[in-house]
Each structure stands twice: as C-alpha cells, then as structure tokens.
Design a protein around this ligand. Structure first.
Ligand code: ZN
Length: 184
C-alpha cells in the first residue's frame, strides 16, 4: 500500500513540474488534492542544494500553519495557479512585490508587463539576490524554475521570450506574491 502511495506521489510531482507555468488544466486540482492528502517531508530535499544559505527555514508543519492551503500547494509543493485567476495578473498599482511566504522583496511594479499568459509577468527581478533560478533538464525538457532566494519557495518559471532589454519573462504565480504598494 505504501508503495502505491509513493508511486502516486512521484507521478503527481512529475505532473506538476511538467505542467509548470505555461498551461493550466482541469486535471491539476485533482492532482493537487491527491498531493495535499499526503505528507511531503521527502520533497524538501528536491533541490539537492542543502548548502545554500537560506534565511528562512521552517518545517513543513510550520509552513502549513503560516500559509493558506493554496499558498502551500504553490509555494512549497511547486504547484501552479490557474491562468487568469490570480489577483495580481492584471494588477496595475505601483509597489514592490514580495514573497507571500517570507516577505522577501522580489519584483517591482515598473518591471511588470502584460504577457497575455494569465500570470503576472516581469522582465527582471528586483535584484540578483531576490530570486534563485534552478535549471531542470530532466525528461528531455529544459525549464527554469524561479524560487525565493530567502525561503526557497516556488514562485514560477522564467522563459526567454520576454520583452527588451532583458528578453526574459518571469512567469510568477499571484498566490506566491504579496504587494507593498507605493513608490519606493
Ligand atoms: Zn520567500
């Protein structure tokens, strides 16, 4: 029985990773449900970068307490919100977007653009220290995950089809963000 559960866990993780930020399907909520019903202690090792200096380190139970179920699913289990459903997709206010999990400043509103994808998109992060990118070349695909450099929460993905001057598109889940409004 345990083996079966672990297989479902692996398949679900794979689905969520591959699904990424480019598509949103009806299957996702089903998979997310399965995923939520399991413990995910082993997933904290997913990056294999234990030597990185994370400023915010919490146990899975502490993260669950701090985050809503949807925030936990996206930030800690690398989920993806459905396109055009996030509260910041069409958000126009000036301010600094911060990590919803730890408050780390991530992006500025003046680097936000309308990508038409249904997710808030930025052509650069606030600083090089704001986010970390993790290249995933498994399964014959090359995708670049974007995580918070302070707490390692999953934020979204970055693609090479963004506007000038960087040509980058940071495709970020609204649910992983909060905003501190106002001009800095
Ligand atoms: Zn964070």
């Amino acid at each position: 029985m345990l083996k079966i559960i672990l297989s479902i866990a692996a398949a679900t993780s794979l689905f969520l990773v591959l699904n990424g930020c480019e598509s949103a399907t009806g299957d996702e909520s089903q998979n997310a449900k399965k995923e939520r019903s399991m413990t995910t202690n082993d997933k904290t090792e997913a990056h294999g970068t234990a030597s990185r200096d994370h400023h915010v380190r919490l146990t899975e139970a502490e993260w669950r307490k701090r985050l809503t179920p949807e925030q936990f699913r996206v930030c800690r289990e690398k989920g993806t919100e459905r396109a055009f459903t996030g509260k910041f997709n069409d958000h126009k206010a000036d301010g600094t977007y911060v990590c919803v999990a730890c408050g780390n400043p991530l992006f500025e509103s003046n680097h936000k653009f309308n990508s038409g994808t249904g997710w808030p998109s930025f052509w650069k992060p606030l600083s090089d220290d704001s986010v970390e990118t993790v290249t995933d070349t498994s399964h014959g695909m090359r995708r670049t995950e974007v995580t918070c450099n302070s707490c390692d929460s999953h934020l979204g993905h970055v693609f090479n089809d963004g506007p000038k001057p960087t040509g980058l598109r940071y495709c970020i889940n609204s649910v992983a963000l909060d905003i501190v409004e106002g001009n800095e």
